[in-house]
Design a protein around this ligand. Sequence first.
Ligand code: DX5
Ligand code: ZN
Length: 221
Amino acid sequence: MQPTVIAPSILSANFAKLGEEVDTVLAAGADWVHFDVMDNHYVPNLTIGPMVCEALRKHGVTAPIDVHLMVEPVDRIIPDFAKAGASLISFHPEASRHVHRSVQLIKSAGCQAGVVLNPATPVEVLDYVLEELDLVLLMSVNPGFGGQSFIPSALEKLRAVRAMIDARAPHVRLEIDGGVKADNIREIAQAGADTFVAGSAIFNAGDYADVIRRMRAEVDA
Ligand code: DX5
Ligand code: ZN
């Protein structure tokens, strides 16, 4: 099990003052910045691209930027994100014709690589690629929007992927994304997650530090 990481999703931040929001949430105790990229094709929403990632780096953000690609095709945009300062890049296997190739592209661009499983995607998709990965990201909502409710079957899936990781690739992080709150994060951690994305739970709160502190306390409890 890797050390706990809290990764606020900036999808729920105020985009009119994004640099300031990211500074504030990192000062409040966040470990990573979760960066949701949507293309209005693979998912029914449109967000931000490499230019915004680069702008955050130029603004002075040094924390890991965890890029979650919800785009199709995947490969073309990988080098752009690497150049823009992404630390980790994850993609949905349904959006890549050659999953192994996309993983290698991410790694050869100097980033850590992750595969994302939608709520209904079977864990077997990891069978022949797990050892190559740095991260598995399990979606606990259908991708496209912040503020949705946690889908309970993700807990069983977390347990299954945790067992695979422990047996075969203990260096791999297990990240959960969607509907994570201070009041369900303990159960999610107990099911095997070590890396927690939370958008609305953090950015809709008045005091980011207080929520992050509560989340960490629940994980460590
Ligand atoms: C959804 C995104 C998530 C989203 C999480 O497609 O991948 O990262 O921002 O938002 P919350 O924490 O509000 O469910
Ligand atoms: Zn995400």
